[in-house]
Design a protein around this ligand. Structure first.
Ligand code: MG
Length: 276
């Protein structure tokens, strides 16, 4: 009997462990010497760190290349031409010619998927970007191309999708119904997202601070909750305590540390309760 109770407690403990908040490295783990956002280097750092996932931004160039670049200007708006490109108006070779910090190059999605495959334990969280010039038809076109390329690599189970665009998310519901699909824009309730077939909400910290009740609502609907981009200690702790499923952060080390502490705290509390 004693053994049975112990097994039940152990099972519960495992369950509560698996329900813990997990870490997603925003644009990879780039806060490292020689690394840069959205590069093979930041993806590799996240993979080595062993977090749940590494997020990346996919944009389509004027000549239909899928590239890991945030945009719409690369490297950013403050850099004058000709040292700056526009990720939807310029072509592959021109975007590729402008490197990121530390000499890191802008990878293609294909190169990113090759690297993703090397670490099956780390998910690639693909944000499908839609820029000002991207018509609804073009959004549907690149969404299909991305889903097809993921399938070509056999990585369907190692990829989650996120997007601000409802057109992109709706297309994903049709093309990748078995994947996690989370909406980023913050203007739909969990119930409205569920209705459209999305599996999660991935909202900014500002939106979820205004609507903390959306976390429980989403969970009650069987949906996941992700929050972006949470970098400082106070915010990270707030969202751990709120019970979100994922924290997307530029600061994965601090997030892991706070999660460990809160995990230890919970375990100590539980042990104290059991002793009573
Ligand atoms: Mg992103």
């Amino acid at each position: 009997m004693k053994k049975l109770i112990f097994t039940a407690v152990a099972a519960l403990a495992t369950l509560s462990l698996s329900a813990q908040t997990q870490v997603i490295a925003h644009r990879g783990f780039h806060a490292q010497e020689g690394s840069a956002r959205n590069t093979i280097s930041s993806l590799l750092n996240a993979q080595k760190l062993g977090v749940y996932g590494s997020e990346c931004d996919i944009s389509m160039s004027a000549d239909d290349s899928l590239m890991v670049v945030h945009g719409s200007r690369h490297p950013d708006r403050s850099i004058p031409a000709p040292h700056r490109v526009h990720v939807t108006r310029d072509v592959y070779k021109d975007i590729r010619a402008i490197s990121c910090e530390g000499g890191n190059i802008v990878p293609t999605l294909r190169e990113y998927l090759v690297q993703t495959k090397k670490y099956p334990g780390t998910k690639l969280v693909i944000e499908i970007k839609n820029h000002k010039d991207d018509t609804p038809e073009r959004q549907q076109f690149f969404t299909k191309k991305i889903v097809e390329m993921v399938a070509e690599f056999g990585l369907e189970k190692q990829v989650d999708y996120i997007a601000f665009s409802r057109i992109v998310c709706d297309e994903l519901v049709k093309l990748a119904p078995n994947n996690e699909i989370a909406y980023l824009n913050g203007d739909l309730t969990p119930a409205e997202c569920k209705e459209r077939g999305y599996t999660g909400i991935d909202y900014s910290k500002k939106v979820l601070r205004i609507h903390p009740e959306w976390v429980k609502q989403a969970h009650d609907l069987g949906m996941k909750v992700n929050v972006w981009t949470v970098n400082n200690t106070e915010d990270i702790q707030y969202f751990i305590d709120l019970g979100v499923d994922f924290i997307t952060t530029d600061n994965p080390l601090e997030t892991i540390k706070l999660l460990d502490n809160s995990h230890k705290g919970k375990k100590a509390k539980k042990a104290k309760k059991m002793r009573k």
